[in-house]
Design a protein around this ligand. Structure first.
Ligand SMILES: CC(C)(COP(=O)(O)OP(=O)(O)OC[C@H]1O[C@@H](n2cnc3c(N)ncnc32)[C@H](O)[C@@H]1OP(=O)(O)O)[C@@H](O)C(=O)NCCC(=O)NCCS
Length: 257
């Protein structure tokens, strides 16, 4: 029996079910201690920190993950992308794409299914937005048909709801929330909740006096062992008393950083 084409692929798929397939084609690959990678494909310079859990991803470009990053149920990341410690991407179908600029995602962020973070626009000042020159001039640099106006920076402890789209040259502040289906094309202030197309601030998560203290505490930068010993800060609804007492605690402690 000769096994070719689709049949061969079907057989390979059958035998590879539930197994870890990790390919690195070219470039550099580094995986930190206690990190687990399943059913994933890597092309480029890929760095995964310690204690990460990564499954069903396709990474292409220069991609750096911090420690304790979780990417589950599928994501495609392309370009220059950095994701900091304890951030969780829960797929399916999370898509992050950059060609010229960088996408940076802070610590303890939560990114929901089908979120798109997309740098770049097609060239629209010329007659066609399709860049048809590529069909007639095969050696042309295809990036000429494309441009970006800047990096996408997502702060710390940002929650991005399902199917939101974030476009280039946008900064999302620490502690912000992006509602489901939003189109974020302007900066989002820290601790704002934005929603809609285009996204607008619908309210702030806390009163200004609380936000001022949280902006000073920046809890995401604190030593995880210190956080572990102070889980009350996370277990109670936020209030000015809670923010002030926690701020006082870190001012007095020597081991908080
Ligand atoms: C934004 C969100 C967090 C709610 O925030 P909230 O401050 O409690 O907002 P409310 O429900 O009080 O709504 C306030 C207003 O915003 C509107 N609104 C809320 N979410 C919206 C959204 N995603 N898109 C458009 N408008 C929205 C409400 O209709 C309401 O409008 P109204 O004042 O005209 O009636 C929530 O609606 C949301 O989108 N969550 C994401 C869910 C998700 O994707 N989960 C994935 C699992 S990780």
């Amino acid at each position: 029996m000769v096994i070719t084409g689709n049949n061969l692929q079907k057989m390979l798929n059958f035998f590879s079910q539930n197994k870890t397939i990790t390919t690195t084609n070219k470039g550099r690959f580094k995986q930190g201690e206690n990190s687990e990678v399943k059913n994933s494909e890597f092309n480029g310079n890929i760095e995964i920190g310690t204690n990460c859990f990564i499954e069903n991803v396709e990474f292409t470009g220069c991609i750096k993950l911090g420690n304790h990053v979780n990417i589950t149920r599928g994501a495609i990341l392309h370009g220059n992308i950095e994701i900091d410690d304890y951030t969780v991407l829960s797929g399916p179908s999370i898509d992050i794409f950059t060609l010229f600029d960088k996408v940076k995602i802070g610590k303890y962020c939560s990114i929901a299914r089908q979120v798109t973070i997309q740098e770049g626009n097609h060239q629209i000042s010329t007659v066609s937005a399709n860049f048809p020159q590529r069909f007639f001039q095969p050696d042309i640099d295809r990036r000429l048909g494309y441009n970006s106006s800047g990096n996408i920076e997502i702060g710390n402890d940002v929650w991005i709801g399902a199917q939101a789209v974030i476009v280039n040259d946008v900064t999302i502040g620490d502690g912000a929330i992006v509602g489901a289906n939003a189109l974020v094309n302007k900066d989002v202030p820290p601790f704002a909740i934005v929603a809609g197309v285009p996204a607008k601030v619908i309210r702030f998560r806390f009163e200004k006096n609380i936000i001022d203290i949280l902006n000073k505490i920046k809890w995401w930068n604190l030593n995880p062992n210190f956080l572990k010993d102070n889980l009350d800060f996370f277990n109670q609804p936020m209030s000015i008393e809670l923010a002030e007492s926690f701020y006082e605690k870190i001012s007095l402690s020597e081991n908080y950083y």
